[in-house]
Ligand binder design. Structure first.
Ligand code: DMJ
Length: 602
């Protein structure tokens, strides 16, 4: 016995040491580097501080005018066990699997078509012009399409192209910009988000270094007296060390949706400064939330200079606002539930949105769908009146996915119900349009919520007349004339912007609904959407935005392919046909540009 014990002791110690060394090497250990608390992150590569901690980097060395005095830190404690977001998928027949794999090939092929021409004709520029084959710099000239595409390349298992991409991004120079005025939000979601996600997936330290460079650059936009960010940022002035101030007017989405990227960067590097920067913004959002003209929600424009968000009276979930709301449940998921303020803000905002913004449109097949509109408040005689725009937007299609995630995380069945109906509203719109593609913006007629919702042709025609500004709502000939001239499908009262800009929001929500419900018919929906989009957008050099989807054939194209086509739209199309454990929503959370970040999980 004594011999055995003596023999096993050194062996046991050696094994333990080996295990510790391995854990240190792979980073497969507890980590919220530097911020005080230890949290388990699986499959985290080891972070070598020397690889990214360059004290001499230009944006880091620039003197700070308004230094932070009381740097905030990430909360201590273990991440919570949060409810599962994804459903457990059942067995799949061989035929179904084969059909899915065919779609994966089709999506990958389409990606490679655009990628190939981006590489040969526009590499390192922000965008490829898909008709002329020229290049464009629209987002600082730092290779937006390249950075936005890196994680898609990884996910599609195009590792050679990924390697080539990583080797190229190393040379991006964030000390100079092709734009005088840099959009901080777009830079954060596309570049910082792109680098962080590609790093989270691959563990390549070169990507972390680039993320830190962008992070240090953007951090300078927070060097204002009250530490609120400048959203449209004078790059050269900042570079020359100018004294800055937050603007008196900024767009909601551009102030409210920097937190995921900044927080993830702090989580990985262990430097709390980025977390601290957006946590100060969060404090103001929380403080102002119930004081606005539609308590619970924030208006489209804010005043960061004075930290007052009460002046504007227009509210919605779409353009100008969207990702602020999207990031509330996602921040909670990202940080393992350690920031309850985001849960609270999400719950308050959705209580208001569900009550005041969603409407059921009157449509010929009486489909039970929802659309999210826009509301203008008006204060009169101590009362708030609401003026509603029954407007639908492609951009607002993200909301189904957001409510599905929030509904699962916070166990709210009414959110799951709204998520389904909102996503079905987008699917309905795709199906109803002549090319099978949803337009950018349109108007519809609401059902009266106090009555059963049935199609009424006369009521629709009256709504068309009203939308056109006609006074005589009985003139049915005039209504027929407008309907014929504008080619209005039944249910729509106007198609205000008939473009399709290669946007992802509809397939994003269809993907999230599929992962959260397992409804197989969503795969058919995705296939139909994909086929329609490819049929009409494909060009010799890539895929082009369409300027009118309300035609029977040959939609006119624009010489534009935004980076989100490869970064978002095709990624979501690929993921819906992938196995459910490829970027599981229980391990990853997407930023608003579809870049998956690793969640802090127990
Ligand atoms: C993307 O850049 C992001 O999703 C953003 O939040 C708004 N929409 C575009 C794509 O449509």
């Amino acid at each position: 016995m004594a011999f055995r014990r003596r023999f096993w002791l050194p062996f046991g110690i050696a094994t333990l040491l080996l295990f510790c060394y391995y854990s240190w090497l792979t980073g497969d250990a507890y980590q919220w580097a530097g911020a005080g608390s230890l949290s388990p992150l699986t499959h985290r590569p080891h972070v070598d501080p020397k690889a990214f901690d360059d004290e001499d980097y230009f944006w880091r060395k620039l003197p700070t005018h308004y230094p932070v005095k009381d740097m905030g830190t990430f909360p201590n404690g273990k991440p919570l066990t949060l409810p599962k977001i994804q459903v457990v998928f059942g067995e799949e027949s061989r035929g179904d699997k084969a059909a899915r794999e065919r779609m994966l090939d089709a999506v990958r092929k389409e990606f490679l078509h655009s990628w190939h021409y981006y590489k040969t004709k526009a590499f390192m520029s922000d965008e490829l012009a898909p008709i002329s084959g020229k290049s464009k710099d629209t987002f600082g000239g730092w290779g937006a399409t390249l950075v936005d595409s890196l994680d898609t390349l990884w996910i599609m298992n195009l590792k050679e192209e990924f390697e080539e991409g990583v080797a190229a991004v190393v040379n991006i120079d964030f000390e100079n910009s092709s734009l005088e005025n840099v959009n901080v939000f777009e830079t954060a979601i596309r570049y910082l988000g792109g680098f962080l996600s590609a790093y989270d997936l691959s563990g390549d330290q070169r990507l972390l270094r680039k993320a830190r460079e962008v992070g240090d650059m953007l951090y300078k936009a927070f060097d204002t007296p009250n530490r609120m960010p400048i959203t449209r940022w004078d790059f050269d002035y900042a570079k020359q060390g100018g004294q800055q101030e937050a603007p008196g007017m900024s767009l909601l989405a551009e102030v409210g949706s920097l937190c995921m990227e900044f927080t993830r960067l702090s989580m990985i590097t262990g430097n709390p400064k980025w977390f601290d920067a957006t946590d100060r913004v969060r404090e103001v959002f929380e403080e102002q939330q119930m004081k606005t003209q539609l308590p619970g929600m924030w208006p489209f424009t804010l005043n960061p200079r004075d930290k007052i968000f009460t002046a504007d009276n227009t509210f919605g979930l779409g353009a100008l606002a969207d990702s602020t709301y999207e990031y509330l449940p996602k921040m909670y998921a990202l940080t393992g539930g350690l920031l309850p303020s985001y849960k609270k803000m999400y719950e308050e905002s959705m209580k208001t949105a569900l009550k005041h913004l969603l409407f059921r449109p009157m449509v010929p097949d009486s489909a039970n769908i929802l659309i999210s509109g826009t509301v203008h408040t008006e204060q009169a005689d101590g009362k708030t009146n609401f003026n509603f725009d029954y407007q639908g937007q492609h951009l607002v299609c993200f909301a189904g996915g957001m409510l599905a995630i929030g509904g699962k995380l916070f166990e709210k069945s009414e959110h799951l119900d709204a998520a389904r109906k909102l996503t079905d509203g987008c699917i309905w719109t795709y199906k109803t349009m002549p090319l099978g593609i949803m337009p950018e913006t349109f108007f519809m007629i609401p059902c009266d919520p106090s009555k059963e919702c049935h199609w009424d042709e006369t009521q629709w025609k009256q709504a068309v007349l009203k939308q056109a500004g006609e006074r005589d709502l009985t003139n049915m000939d005039k209504a027929d004339d407008i309907i014929a001239k504008s080619k209005l499908p039944k249910g729509f009262t106007e198609i205000t912007e008939p473009d399709y800009l290669l946007r992802p929001e509809a397939i994003e929500s269809v993907f999230i609904m599929y992962r959260t419900t397992g409804r197989r018919e969503l795969l058919e929906t995705a296939e139909a959407m994909f086929n329609a989009i490819i049929k009409y957008t494909e060009t010799r050099y890539g895929n082009a935005a369409l300027s009118n989807v309300n035609v029977d054939d040959n939609p006119p194209k624009k010489d534009s392919m935004e980076s989100f086509w490869l970064g978002e739209t095709l990624k979501y199309f690929f993921l819906i046909f992938s196995d459910q454990d490829v970027i599981s929503l229980d391990e990853w959370v997407f930023n608003t540009e579809a870049h998956p970040f690793r969640r802090l999980i127990r």
